[in-house]
Design a binder for this molecule. Structure first.
Ligand code: FAD
Ligand code: SF4
Ligand code: SF4
Length: 485
């Protein structure tokens, strides 16, 4: 080990190369190239094999990072894949889109003096290689159980739970209102961060492992005549998991906010992703949800806003500006993504907030005011307030609102008054039982946490699967005891 590891003092950090700006501005392919084998080995060898690995401590999945780095450095990639996939259902996806600077890499002990180990890129490399070499096999449960679980939502939370439960031999059915699996991984996150084939190849694998998908099938949706009532789903399955995510966009009011040409981020990104997947999207074709040739203003400073500005660049917008009320240091979005957006030609207008939308029927501009930062509030974030007499106007043909997401008004949606929600509008579950207030009904992912991350949804899905399994085992014992009495 001594020879291959602890190389950080003389091997510099090297993230995978990015494609040139000119090339990547015109397509939706991922911007980072894959590591070559020798690069992955050399970068893995920089790890100092910490006794207490803070990288793992700060990974929501507690991945055994030092172990798979060592195996990669030693060229034992098949073993690295086994270790990596033991704790993560989608390592190649997390390796691409986790905000590593806030999680594993941001807590790597060599970060301060030598720059962190490139953990995410190696994680992606291991599983991409495993796919290429045919090591990724469909689930083959050792036993088949008769009990079935109905999962609502084929996002990362629902999929991770499904895979874990299927491994134990349960009959797993996933229902999703969309026609493709992946949730926000397929229709929210753009291809330049996560190419769609990466998600779709997981679909084929999960299906080959016996998970049954019911796509284009909503549950509990009163506006959909084809919907399955939630009560029907409960009767059909021994347990139900709700992993439906959060989709209600935070809105912005003020004069002119109802003008044409002011759209929601998720509508805009979904249209772009669907069009890229070959679907006909009327609002994209008509130009309503297409930035081509337009002066675009995106409002917001999170990762969704970054995805919108960079999508607009690729659609051939005339100009793309991002309006954010705080400054660069206080924005919630990943600084790496801000850097990528700037390289691609996005202009950031920091410390500015919209106060009115201008236009006659259709938006032609945004009137904004300058903002100033004040003292930190109770959450530790700097308060913001407007600067007097500082209004200015940005010309705009398309305004995209990217202010974050909230849960829907759940009890009304499901028609289930027994399903308790928290004061934040998320589903209430037991801390470790993952069970909602309805017996045998569990929940995981954003619908429990509020808008979060793919890696946390995977974690919740895995934990919920364990909870469901012990619930079903207990129920089975009770049935057997009663039968024996
Ligand atoms: P979702 O992924 O939202 O999946 C929920 C599924 O449930 C959907 O497929 C939906 O169709 C289905 N569903 C909902 N209601 C019903 C119903 N009534 N009947 C049937 N099906 C239903 N996270 C990262 O880690 N990295 C990123 O770079 C990143 N970028 C993001 C970019 C954008 C634009 C957005 C919006 C989010 C991003 N996230 C990112 C967050 C991440 O995508 C989510 O935290 C994660 O997908 C949540 O997983 P989930 O399984 O809880 O829900
Ligand atoms: Fe880092 Fe995410 Fe991988 Fe964990 S899952 S090691 S946080 S990239
Ligand atoms: Fe290796 Fe960094 Fe993790 Fe330590 S914290 S085990 S150096 S990756």
């Amino acid at each position: 080990m001594a020879e291959r590891m602890l190389q950080f003092t003389h091997v510099a950090q090297h993230q995978p190369d990015k494609r040139g700006v000119g090339e990547r501005r015109v397509d939706f392919d991922e911007i980072y190239r894959a590591f070559k084998v020798e690069e992955a080995e050399a970068q893995s060898g920089r790890c100092s094999q910490c006794g207490v690995p803070f990288c793992s401590v700060h990974c929501p999945l507690s991945n055994n990072i030092p172990d798979w780095l060592k195996l990669t450095a030693e060229g034992r990639l098949d073993e690295a894949y086994e270790v990596s996939s033991a704790t993560n259902n989608f390592p190649e996806i997390c390796g691409r889109i986790c905000p590593q600077d806030r999680l594993c890499e941001g807590n790597c002990v060599i970060e301060k003096s030598f720059e962190s180990v490139t953990i995410g890129a190696v994680e992606r490399f291991i599983t991409d290689t495993a796919f290429e070499r045919g090591w990724v096999r469909p689930i083959a449960p050792r036993i088949e159980r008769s009990q079935s679980i109905g999962i609502v939502g084929a996002g990362p939370g629902g999929l991770a739970a499904a895979e874990q439960l299927r491994k134990q031999g349960y009959q797993v059915h996933i229902y999703d209102r969309y026609d493709r699996i992946g949730g926000l991984m397929i229709y929210g996150i753009p291809g330049f961060k996560l190419e769609k084939e990466i998600v779709l190849r997981r679909h084929a694998l999960l299906e080959a492992g016996g998970i049954q998908f019911h796509l284009g099938q909503s549950v509990g949706d009163v506006d959909d005549a084809e919907t399955i009532a939630f009560s029907t789903l409960r009767e059909r399955h021994d347990a139900v998991l709700i992993a439906t995510g959060v989709y209600k966009s935070r809105d912005i009011g003020g004069p002119g906010s109802g003008l044409d040409g002011i759209v929601k981020a998720l509508d805009y990104l979904t249209a772009s992703n669907r069009s890229g997947l070959g679907d006909t999207v009327a609002d994209f074709e008509s130009g309503l949800l297409n930035a081509h040739g337009k002066r675009v203003v995106v409002i917001g400073g999170g990762d969704t806003a970054m995805d919108c500005v960079r999508t607009a660049v690729r659609q051939g917008a005339a100009s793309v500006k991002c309006l954010y009320r705080r400054d660069r240091a206080n924005m919630p979005g990943s600084l790496r993504e801000v850097g990528n957006a700037e390289d691609e030609g996005v202009e950031f207008v920091w410390l500015a907030a919209p106060e009115a939308f201008l236009g006659d029927g259709r938006v032609t501009g945004v009137r904004a005011v300058r903002m100033k930062l004040g003292m930190a509030d109770a959450t530790g974030r700097a308060a913001v307030g407007p600067v007097a007499d500082s209004a200015f106007t940005l010309q705009a043909d398309l305004v995209i609102k990217a202010l974050g997401f909230d849960p829907e008004d759940l009890p009304t949606l499901w028609g289930e008054p027994g399903l308790e929600i928290s004061r934040w509008g998320t589903l209430k579950v037991g801390r470790t039982s993952f069970m909602t207030s309805l017996p045998g009904v569990f929940a995981a992912g954003d619908i429990v946490r509020g808008a979060s991350l793919v890696v946390w949804a995977i974690r919740d899905g895995r934990d919920a699967a364990v909870a469901i399994q012990s619930h079903l085992a207990e129920r089975e014992q009770v049935i057997q005891r009663v039968a024996a009495e």
